[in-house]
Design a protein around this ligand. Structure first.
Ligand code: PMP
Length: 288
Protein backbone atom coordinates (compact mmCIF):
# COMPACT_ATOMS: atom_id res chain seq x y z
CA UNK A 1 0.00 0.00 0.00
CA UNK A 2 1.37 3.41 -0.95
CA UNK A 3 1.71 6.12 1.70
CA UNK A 4 -1.62 7.92 2.09
CA UNK A 5 -1.89 11.32 0.42
CA UNK A 6 -2.72 12.98 3.75
CA UNK A 7 -1.31 12.07 7.17
CA UNK A 8 -3.85 10.08 9.18
CA UNK A 9 -4.00 12.69 11.97
CA UNK A 10 -4.48 15.74 9.74
CA UNK A 11 -7.72 15.31 7.84
CA UNK A 12 -11.19 16.75 7.71
CA UNK A 13 -14.16 14.79 9.01
CA UNK A 14 -15.27 13.36 12.34
CA UNK A 15 -14.23 10.43 14.52
CA UNK A 16 -16.47 8.71 17.06
CA UNK A 17 -14.65 8.83 20.40
CA UNK A 18 -16.20 7.43 23.58
CA UNK A 19 -19.75 8.13 22.49
CA UNK A 20 -19.23 11.55 20.84
CA UNK A 21 -18.43 12.67 17.32
CA UNK A 22 -15.31 14.84 17.54
CA UNK A 23 -13.47 16.81 14.83
CA UNK A 24 -10.85 14.58 13.17
CA UNK A 25 -7.79 16.51 14.41
CA UNK A 26 -9.06 16.54 18.01
CA UNK A 27 -9.35 12.73 18.43
CA UNK A 28 -6.22 12.48 20.61
CA UNK A 29 -4.92 10.40 23.54
CA UNK A 30 -2.40 11.13 26.32
CA UNK A 31 1.17 9.76 26.05
CA UNK A 32 0.70 7.82 29.30
CA UNK A 33 -2.25 5.64 28.22
CA UNK A 34 -1.57 2.06 29.28
CA UNK A 35 -2.08 0.52 25.85
CA UNK A 36 0.56 2.69 24.20
CA UNK A 37 3.15 1.23 26.60
CA UNK A 38 1.95 -2.37 26.83
CA UNK A 39 0.40 -3.12 23.41
CA UNK A 40 -3.02 -4.20 24.67
CA UNK A 41 -5.23 -2.13 22.42
CA UNK A 42 -7.50 -4.16 20.11
CA UNK A 43 -8.83 -3.11 16.74
CA UNK A 44 -10.83 -4.01 13.67
CA UNK A 45 -10.56 -3.38 9.95
CA UNK A 46 -13.80 -3.15 7.99
CA UNK A 47 -14.64 -2.26 4.40
CA UNK A 48 -17.46 -0.03 3.20
CA UNK A 49 -19.22 -0.97 -0.04
CA UNK A 50 -22.06 1.18 -1.36
CA UNK A 51 -22.17 3.11 1.95
CA UNK A 52 -22.54 -0.05 4.08
CA UNK A 53 -19.98 -2.00 6.10
CA UNK A 54 -19.72 -5.63 5.01
CA UNK A 55 -20.26 -8.02 7.97
CA UNK A 56 -20.46 -5.09 10.41
CA UNK A 57 -21.89 -7.03 13.34
CA UNK A 58 -19.30 -9.81 12.96
CA UNK A 59 -16.55 -7.19 13.20
CA UNK A 60 -18.11 -5.44 16.21
CA UNK A 61 -18.48 -8.83 17.92
CA UNK A 62 -14.84 -9.71 17.17
CA UNK A 63 -13.71 -6.42 18.78
CA UNK A 64 -15.48 -7.59 21.95
CA UNK A 65 -13.88 -11.03 21.69
CA UNK A 66 -10.43 -9.50 21.14
CA UNK A 67 -10.80 -7.38 24.30
CA UNK A 68 -12.19 -10.31 26.31
CA UNK A 69 -9.21 -12.45 25.34
CA UNK A 70 -7.07 -9.67 26.86
CA UNK A 71 -9.22 -9.73 30.03
CA UNK A 72 -11.19 -6.54 29.55
CA UNK A 73 -14.72 -5.54 28.62
CA UNK A 74 -15.80 -2.86 26.20
CA UNK A 75 -18.16 -0.22 27.63
CA UNK A 76 -20.35 -0.33 24.47
CA UNK A 77 -22.46 -3.25 23.30
CA UNK A 78 -22.10 -4.84 19.85
CA UNK A 79 -25.21 -3.02 18.65
CA UNK A 80 -23.93 0.31 20.05
CA UNK A 81 -20.69 -0.22 18.11
CA UNK A 82 -22.69 -1.04 14.99
CA UNK A 83 -24.66 2.22 15.42
CA UNK A 84 -21.49 4.24 16.06
CA UNK A 85 -19.94 2.81 12.89
CA UNK A 86 -22.98 3.60 10.74
CA UNK A 87 -22.98 7.12 12.16
CA UNK A 88 -19.29 7.68 11.36
CA UNK A 89 -19.61 6.27 7.83
CA UNK A 90 -22.65 8.48 7.18
CA UNK A 91 -21.21 11.67 8.73
CA UNK A 92 -18.02 11.29 6.69
CA UNK A 93 -20.13 10.65 3.54
CA UNK A 94 -18.25 7.49 2.58
CA UNK A 95 -19.64 5.36 -0.21
CA UNK A 96 -16.56 3.13 -0.14
CA UNK A 97 -13.60 3.00 2.20
CA UNK A 98 -12.29 1.49 5.38
CA UNK A 99 -13.34 1.58 9.05
CA UNK A 100 -10.91 1.32 11.95
CA UNK A 101 -12.54 0.69 15.36
CA UNK A 102 -10.05 0.71 18.22
CA UNK A 103 -10.30 0.06 21.96
CA UNK A 104 -7.60 0.80 24.51
CA UNK A 105 -6.89 1.06 28.21
CA UNK A 106 -6.45 4.49 29.74
CA UNK A 107 -3.87 6.40 31.76
CA UNK A 108 -5.17 5.71 35.30
CA UNK A 109 -2.20 3.48 36.15
CA UNK A 110 1.33 2.87 34.89
CA UNK A 111 2.91 -0.55 35.20
CA UNK A 112 2.36 -4.00 33.77
CA UNK A 113 -0.98 -4.59 35.46
CA UNK A 114 -3.85 -2.87 33.67
CA UNK A 115 -6.28 -3.32 36.57
CA UNK A 116 -8.02 -0.03 37.28
CA UNK A 117 -7.72 1.42 33.79
CA UNK A 118 -10.75 2.78 31.97
CA UNK A 119 -11.52 1.35 28.54
CA UNK A 120 -11.82 3.80 25.65
CA UNK A 121 -13.26 3.18 22.18
CA UNK A 122 -12.94 5.08 18.92
CA UNK A 123 -14.26 4.46 15.41
CA UNK A 124 -12.67 6.18 12.42
CA UNK A 125 -13.56 5.78 8.74
CA UNK A 126 -11.77 7.02 5.64
CA UNK A 127 -11.43 6.41 1.88
CA UNK A 128 -9.15 3.49 1.01
CA UNK A 129 -8.57 1.78 -2.30
CA UNK A 130 -6.91 -1.51 -3.23
CA UNK A 131 -4.44 -2.89 -0.68
CA UNK A 132 -1.85 -3.89 -3.28
CA UNK A 133 -1.03 -2.16 -6.57
CA UNK A 134 -0.35 -5.53 -8.26
CA UNK A 135 -2.99 -7.86 -9.71
CA UNK A 136 -1.05 -10.86 -8.36
CA UNK A 137 1.49 -10.39 -5.59
CA UNK A 138 4.84 -11.85 -4.63
CA UNK A 139 5.39 -13.15 -1.09
CA UNK A 140 8.61 -14.02 0.65
CA UNK A 141 8.84 -16.35 3.61
CA UNK A 142 9.50 -14.43 6.80
CA UNK A 143 12.03 -15.33 9.45
CA UNK A 144 9.38 -14.27 12.01
CA UNK A 145 7.16 -17.13 13.23
CA UNK A 146 3.57 -16.94 14.45
CA UNK A 147 3.72 -17.80 18.15
CA UNK A 148 2.20 -20.81 19.85
CA UNK A 149 -1.30 -20.26 21.32
CA UNK A 150 0.35 -20.87 24.69
CA UNK A 151 2.48 -17.76 24.10
CA UNK A 152 -0.08 -15.38 22.63
CA UNK A 153 -3.85 -14.95 22.33
CA UNK A 154 -3.83 -15.78 18.59
CA UNK A 155 -7.56 -15.18 18.02
CA UNK A 156 -7.39 -11.64 19.38
CA UNK A 157 -6.82 -8.77 16.96
CA UNK A 158 -4.54 -7.21 19.55
CA UNK A 159 -2.08 -4.48 18.61
CA UNK A 160 0.86 -6.22 20.31
CA UNK A 161 0.58 -9.24 18.02
CA UNK A 162 1.26 -6.97 15.03
CA UNK A 163 4.85 -6.29 16.13
CA UNK A 164 6.05 -9.34 14.20
CA UNK A 165 3.67 -8.62 11.30
CA UNK A 166 5.14 -5.14 10.83
CA UNK A 167 8.69 -6.51 11.03
CA UNK A 168 7.85 -9.26 8.53
CA UNK A 169 6.02 -6.92 6.15
CA UNK A 170 8.74 -4.27 6.13
CA UNK A 171 11.44 -6.89 5.53
CA UNK A 172 9.35 -8.30 2.64
CA UNK A 173 8.95 -4.84 1.10
CA UNK A 174 12.69 -4.21 1.45
CA UNK A 175 13.27 -7.51 -0.39
CA UNK A 176 11.11 -6.33 -3.31
CA UNK A 177 8.05 -8.46 -2.47
CA UNK A 178 4.58 -7.18 -1.60
CA UNK A 179 4.07 -9.15 1.60
CA UNK A 180 5.46 -11.88 3.85
CA UNK A 181 4.26 -15.44 4.34
CA UNK A 182 4.68 -16.42 7.98
CA UNK A 183 5.30 -19.92 9.26
CA UNK A 184 4.18 -20.83 12.75
CA UNK A 185 6.21 -21.90 15.77
CA UNK A 186 6.23 -25.50 14.49
CA UNK A 187 7.27 -24.52 10.96
CA UNK A 188 3.85 -24.99 9.38
CA UNK A 189 2.30 -22.48 6.96
CA UNK A 190 0.30 -19.91 8.91
CA UNK A 191 -0.81 -16.64 7.27
CA UNK A 192 0.39 -13.40 5.71
CA UNK A 193 0.86 -10.27 7.82
CA UNK A 194 -2.77 -9.17 7.49
CA UNK A 195 -4.51 -11.91 5.52
CA UNK A 196 -5.25 -15.65 5.51
CA UNK A 197 -3.75 -18.22 3.12
CA UNK A 198 -5.45 -20.66 0.72
CA UNK A 199 -3.86 -23.25 -1.62
CA UNK A 200 -5.61 -25.11 -4.43
CA UNK A 201 -4.29 -28.70 -4.37
CA UNK A 202 -5.87 -31.36 -6.62
CA UNK A 203 -8.97 -29.21 -7.08
CA UNK A 204 -9.54 -28.79 -3.31
CA UNK A 205 -8.96 -25.66 -1.25
CA UNK A 206 -6.56 -26.19 1.63
CA UNK A 207 -6.10 -23.64 4.40
CA UNK A 208 -4.23 -23.76 7.73
CA UNK A 209 -6.19 -24.47 10.92
CA UNK A 210 -6.98 -21.59 13.27
CA UNK A 211 -4.34 -22.45 15.90
CA UNK A 212 -1.94 -19.57 15.16
CA UNK A 213 -3.91 -17.31 12.81
CA UNK A 214 -6.58 -14.68 13.03
CA UNK A 215 -9.66 -16.60 11.86
CA UNK A 216 -10.61 -14.03 9.26
CA UNK A 217 -14.17 -13.02 8.57
CA UNK A 218 -13.20 -13.06 4.88
CA UNK A 219 -11.65 -16.53 5.32
CA UNK A 220 -14.97 -17.88 6.61
CA UNK A 221 -16.91 -16.06 3.88
CA UNK A 222 -14.69 -17.43 1.10
CA UNK A 223 -14.84 -20.98 2.52
CA UNK A 224 -18.61 -20.68 2.30
CA UNK A 225 -18.50 -19.33 -1.27
CA UNK A 226 -16.19 -22.17 -2.32
CA UNK A 227 -18.50 -24.82 -0.83
CA UNK A 228 -21.43 -23.24 -2.68
CA UNK A 229 -19.45 -23.78 -5.89
CA UNK A 230 -18.98 -27.44 -4.96
CA UNK A 231 -15.31 -27.02 -4.07
CA UNK A 232 -14.15 -29.09 -1.12
CA UNK A 233 -12.52 -27.01 1.63
CA UNK A 234 -9.97 -28.66 3.92
CA UNK A 235 -8.64 -27.05 7.13
CA UNK A 236 -5.51 -28.85 8.21
CA UNK A 237 -1.88 -28.39 9.14
CA UNK A 238 0.05 -27.58 5.96
CA UNK A 239 3.82 -27.79 5.61
CA UNK A 240 5.95 -25.50 3.41
CA UNK A 241 7.05 -28.30 1.03
CA UNK A 242 3.40 -28.67 -0.02
CA UNK A 243 3.48 -25.28 -1.75
CA UNK A 244 5.08 -26.92 -4.78
CA UNK A 245 1.90 -29.03 -5.20
CA UNK A 246 -0.40 -25.98 -5.28
CA UNK A 247 -1.85 -24.98 -8.65
CA UNK A 248 -3.21 -21.69 -7.28
CA UNK A 249 -2.55 -19.64 -4.15
CA UNK A 250 -4.50 -16.68 -2.81
CA UNK A 251 -4.92 -14.59 0.33
CA UNK A 252 -8.15 -13.41 1.93
CA UNK A 253 -8.84 -10.45 4.21
CA UNK A 254 -11.09 -7.45 4.59
CA UNK A 255 -8.43 -5.15 3.18
CA UNK A 256 -6.94 -7.50 0.53
CA UNK A 257 -10.31 -9.13 -0.37
CA UNK A 258 -9.47 -12.24 -2.49
CA UNK A 259 -5.90 -11.58 -3.60
CA UNK A 260 -4.07 -13.82 -6.09
CA UNK A 261 -0.47 -14.78 -5.23
CA UNK A 262 1.91 -15.01 -8.22
CA UNK A 263 4.98 -16.19 -6.33
CA UNK A 264 6.23 -17.36 -2.95
CA UNK A 265 10.03 -17.14 -2.83
CA UNK A 266 11.12 -18.99 -6.01
CA UNK A 267 7.83 -20.84 -6.65
CA UNK A 268 5.40 -19.36 -9.18
CA UNK A 269 1.61 -19.76 -9.42
CA UNK A 270 -1.06 -19.04 -12.04
CA UNK A 271 -4.03 -16.81 -11.35
CA UNK A 272 -6.24 -19.78 -12.14
CA UNK A 273 -9.98 -20.33 -12.63
CA UNK A 274 -10.81 -21.11 -8.99
CA UNK A 275 -9.15 -17.93 -7.73
CA UNK A 276 -10.88 -15.91 -10.44
CA UNK A 277 -14.27 -17.46 -9.63
CA UNK A 278 -13.93 -16.72 -5.91
CA UNK A 279 -12.76 -13.16 -6.60
CA UNK A 280 -15.89 -12.62 -8.70
CA UNK A 281 -18.17 -14.29 -6.14
CA UNK A 282 -16.71 -12.24 -3.27
CA UNK A 283 -16.95 -9.01 -5.25
CA UNK A 284 -20.61 -9.74 -6.03
CA UNK A 285 -21.43 -10.67 -2.42
CA UNK A 286 -19.92 -7.57 -0.78
CA UNK A 287 -21.87 -5.36 -3.18
CA UNK A 288 -25.13 -7.32 -2.96
N1 PMP B 1 -4.82 -12.37 9.61
C1 PMP B 1 -4.36 -11.22 10.11
C2 PMP B 1 -3.10 -11.21 10.89
C3 PMP B 1 -5.07 -10.01 9.88
O1 PMP B 1 -4.61 -8.86 10.36
C4 PMP B 1 -6.26 -10.05 9.12
C5 PMP B 1 -7.02 -8.78 8.86
N2 PMP B 1 -7.92 -8.50 9.90
C6 PMP B 1 -6.69 -11.29 8.63
C7 PMP B 1 -5.96 -12.43 8.90
C8 PMP B 1 -7.98 -11.39 7.85
O2 PMP B 1 -9.07 -11.15 8.68
P1 PMP B 1 -10.44 -10.57 8.11
O3 PMP B 1 -10.81 -11.42 6.94
O4 PMP B 1 -11.37 -10.70 9.23
O5 PMP B 1 -10.17 -9.17 7.70
Amino acid sequence: MAAPALPMDDRDGVIWLNGQLVPWREAKVHVLVHSLHYGNSVFEGERIYGGKVFKLTEHSARLHKSANMLSYELPYSVSELDDATRLVVGENKLDSGYVRPLAWRGAEVIGVSAIGTKVHVAVAAFPWGAYYAQKAIKLVTSRWKRPSPESSPAGSKAAGLYIICTLAKDEALAAGAQDALMHDYKGRLSEATGANLFLLINGELHTPTTETILNGITRLTVMDLARKRGIKVVEREIWPDELSRAAEVFLTGTAVEVQPVAAIDKLEFEVGPVTQQLMADYSALVRA
